[in-house]
Design a protein around this ligand. Structure first.
Ligand code: AMP
Length: 217
């Protein structure tokens, strides 16, 4: 199968991370998540990590300059197809990405836009828990762990991301809507945008994404 370069868009709780993971497992794409790249830096306690820690934990946006540098370093290493997750979030970032990819002599093949209601998003995100040890993700309402607070995979401690608390989630969603609208319009105009209804269950969404990708191979 042709290695595609895909952007996956969707607000917090749209299932973006899970569907990106499915694409990685099924087609061998690299998963490039700017949120994960930042969290790794924070965990390492690097200079960049210290600079962005408070912004990330409070649900604000890291400056275009910093995040674009992080992305550029990662994209330069990428030889195969990828799923870009968490970037671009603003029209300025969409422009930076276009320039960056053109310097790297490549371009985006398609944009998958996962569309979900705010109500369902908030419910999914505030119930999300992550394993401190292995990064396993579960949902205490929709996919609870066998033992409360304990990871099914490795027995590690489950925790809630600081920015997954309800007030912060609401702020992140509001910010997302404000910023993403022109990005969506831009990709629509370029004929790259494909909406997928993500208010449904996992299998139904996966089936739609699979059908969509068949058109590109
Ligand atoms: P995410 O895991 O995509 O929800 O990202 C978590 C946090 O990382 C966001 O709330 C921002 O603070 C930061 N972040 C991730 N991607 C970007 C981006 N493209 N621009 C600015 N900040 C970002």
């Amino acid at each position: 199968m042709r290695q595609l370069k895909i952007i996956i868009l969707g607000q917090q709780g749209s299932g973006k991370g899970a569907y990106a993971q499915w694409l990685v497992d099924k087609y061998g794409y690299a998963h490039i998540s700017t949120g994960d790249l930042l969290r790794e830096e924070i965990k390492k306690g690097s200079e960049l990590g210290l600079k962005v820690r408070d912004i990330v934990n409070s649900g604000g946006l890291v400056s275009d300059e910093l995040i674009s540098k992080v992305l550029e370093n990662r994209l330069k290493k990428e030889k195969k197809g990828f799923i870009l997750d968490g970037y671009p979030r603003t029209i300025a970032q969409a422009k930076i990405l276009e320039d960056l990819l053109s310097r790297l002599k490549t371009k985006i093949d398609l944009v998958i836009n996962l569309v979900v209601s705010d109500e369902l998003s908030i419910e999914r995100i505030t119930n999300r828990r992550i394993c401190r040890e292995c990064g396993w993700i579960c949902n205490i309402k929709f996919m609870p762990p066998k033992k409360p607070g304990i990871c099914d995979k490795c027995g590690g401690e489950l925790y809630q991301r600081e920015d997954d608390k309800e007030e912060i989630v609401k702020k992140r969603i509001e910010e997302y809507h404000k910023q993403i609208y022109p990005v969506i319009e831009d990709y629509k105009r370029k004929g790259l945008l494909h909406d997928i209804n993500s208010n449904r269950n996992y299998e139904e969404v996966v089936k739609d994404i699979e059908e969509l990708l068949k058109r590109f191979t």
